[in-house]
Design a protein around this ligand. Structure first.
Ligand SMILES: CC(C)(COP(=O)(O)OP(=O)(O)OC[C@H]1O[C@@H](n2cnc3c(N)ncnc32)[C@H](O)[C@@H]1OP(=O)(O)O)[C@@H](O)C(=O)NCCC(=O)NCCS
Length: 136
């Protein structure tokens, strides 16, 4: 496999291609390419993993108040690239922007992955969608 590069630069991202890759990898939550872009543009920090052909093969972002509370979302590694340290690198790069902050997340698919990265389970998660998902 080609070498992987990491970037926080949003301007070079092909959002339509990324949306297609996410759908193919069954990690698509219904956002259009423009909605995906807006999600990342409105985040505190974002990291993308890019393969040698310029394809996004991993991503993650955090919401944060910049002081004490941050929330990790949209973490994903393209299936053919899993178990090679991509998500660990993405979280490490995001965490480097979050010194002193509490970083929370929700997962129902990969709890053991987060344990390995030093996260601990705490409390109970509540959730509620306001109206219809994505307003549709
Ligand atoms: C979870 C996910 C992001 C992990 O990505 P990845 O790039 O394969 O992870 P890494 O290679 O960086 O793994 C880091 C460590 O976690 C371990 N790990 C990775 N996936 C794991 C899993 N599903 N269960 C248990 N351990 C896992 C790795 O073995 C590695 O451990 P090590 O460093 O001790 O050897 C990826 O499987 C994924 O995108 N899954 C689908 C989407 C998802 O569930 N995202 C999280 C939603 S909150």
């Amino acid at each position: 496999m080609s070498p992987i590069e990491y970037t926080s630069e949003l301007s070079g991202i092909d959002w339509a291609a990324l949306t297609r890759t996410l759908a193919e990898d069954r990690f698509d939550n219904g956002r259009t390419p423009q909605e995906l872009r807006t999600s990342f543009e409105n985040s505190f920090a974002a990291v993308f993993a890019i393969d040698g052909e310029g394809r996004v093969i991993g991503k993650g972002r955090v919401l944060s108040d910049g002081v004490c509370n941050a929330y990790l979302v949209d973490l994903w590694t393209y299936t053919p690239y899993r178990r090679r340290g991509v998500a660990r690198e993405i979280i490490g790069r995001l965490a480097s922007r979050l010194a002193g902050q509490h970083l929370a997340l929700f997962t129902d698919e990969a709890p053991e992955f987060y344990r390995r990265l030093g996260f601990v389970e705490r409390g109970v998660t509540f959730e509620r969608v306001i109206g219809n998902w994505l307003g549709r």
